[in-house]
Every structure is written in structure tokens, then in C-alpha cells.
Design a binder for this molecule. Structure first.
Ligand SMILES: Cc1cc2nc3c(=O)[nH]c(=O)nc-3n(C[C@H](O)[C@H](O)[C@H](O)COP(=O)(O)O)c2cc1C
Length: 170
């Protein structure tokens, strides 16, 4: 699949078949996520791949029981490693670490789509609960929980891209 096609076709998938994702496929997704750029190549981010049913259930509750959590085959929690980035960039470090994590999220979503998987970026969750469940170190900020599974829906383009603010300063 060429990249422009993947960009145009990707959708947030929130309904999944009850079918596991092979570990090798998950590893491929993580490899894709790690291709993302990062400030100063510091890679100020962390990935937690969760397939443990109890932890997945608890993360679903922490994400306000959003339905896409109930049948996801795996969750990938992408965190910003703020201390790592701040050690070099000071106050700018927290922004850079979040951007490092965001860039990785997008690469993972596109790779999932290219492999025929469905994925949804979930940012609505109780931060403290997620940090606690995953025993995240101080300063490591969970940015997104990506729910993954084999798609059981084909959502239409939700639209809106035509209205996004673009200014040309020539
Ligand atoms: C920062 C961020 C947070 C998001 N959080 C959620 C979420 O908690 N739950 C959800 O269902 N979708 C979430 N989404 C997905 C958006 O709803 C989705 O990208 C948007 O509606 C456009 O649809 P598309 O991804 O199919 O193009 C989030 C997306 C982003 C970028």
C-alpha cells in the first residue's frame, strides 16, 4: 500500500473481531512506531504492549469503559518520557517528549492500517489510574492507549479535513 493511500484510507477502528494478533505482527507495529522522528533523536518515549486480559480490562475501565476496549486484541500504551527529554532541553523537554510519543502513535496507526489491522488512538483516560496500573516512573506521561484488533467495521471518512485551518504565507 502506498503511503498516500494509507493516509487517506486510515480510519479509527473501534470494533474488532475476536481474533488474536500474532506476536510477530505486534513486533512489526512496534518497529514501525520506532521509525518516528524524535527531538535530538533522544526517543523520549516508552511503549507498553498489553495483552494480559486483566490489565486490559483495568485499562478499559480507566478509559471510561469506551467500547473499543472490550474486544481489543492488544493495547499499546505510548508514553512521553519527560525526564529524558528535559535533561537535555529543560522546559521545552515536556513538549518534545509528548511530540516524540505522538509521532510514534501516528506511525503505529499507519502501520496497523497497512497490515490490515484496526486501531484507535485513545486519549481519554484517567491519567492517575493508568500510571498506577502500569507502575510508570515519575515524569513518564501516558499519552495514548492504542486499541488494536482485526477490524469488524469499515467507518466512513468522518470529514472535516476541508475545514482545517491552513494559511499560506507567501
Ligand atoms: C489526541 C487524540 C485523542 C483521541 N482520543 C480518543 C478517545 O479517547 N476515544 C476515541 O474513540 N477516539 C479518540 N481519538 C480518535 C478520534 O476521535 C478520531 O481520530 C477522529 O474522530 C477522526 O477519525 P479518524 O481517525 O477515523 O480519521 C483520539 C484522537 C486523537 C488524535
Amino acid at each position: 500500500m502506498d503511503l498516500m493511500t494509507a493516509l487517506r484510507q486510515r480510519r479509527s477502528i473501534r470494533r474488532y473481531q475476536e481474533r488474536p494478533i500474532p506476536e510477530e505482527t505486534l513486533k512489526t507495529l512496534l518497529d514501525a512506531a520506532k521509525t518516528a522522528p524524535s527531538a535530538g533523536n533522544l526517543r523520549s518515549r516508552k511503549f507498553l504492549v498489553v495483552t494480559n486480559p486483566q490489565i486490559m480490562k483495568a485499562l478499559g475501565l480507566a478509559a471510561y469503559s469506551q467500547p473499543q476496549f472490550s474486544k481489543a486484541a492488544a493495547l499499546v500504551v505510548i508514553c512521553a518520557d519527560v525526564p529524558r527529554s528535559s535533561a537535555r532541553y529543560g522546559d521545552r523537554g515536556s513538549l518534545f517528549a509528548i511530540q516524540d510519543a505522538d509521532a510514534a502513535c501516528m506511525c503505529l496507526l499507519l502501520a496497523a492500517h497497512a497490515l490490515g489491522l484496526g486501531a484507535c488512538w485513545n486519549g481519554a483516560f484517567d491519567d492517575a489510574l493508568v500510571r498506577d496500573l502500569l507502575s510508570l516512573e515519575k515524569g513518564v506521561l501516558p499519552v495514548a492507549i492504542i486499541s488494536l484488533g482485526w477490524p469488524d467495521q469499515q467507518p466512513a471518512d468522518p470529514g472535516g479535513s476541508q475545514e482545517e485551518a491552513v494559511s499560506w504565507i507567501t
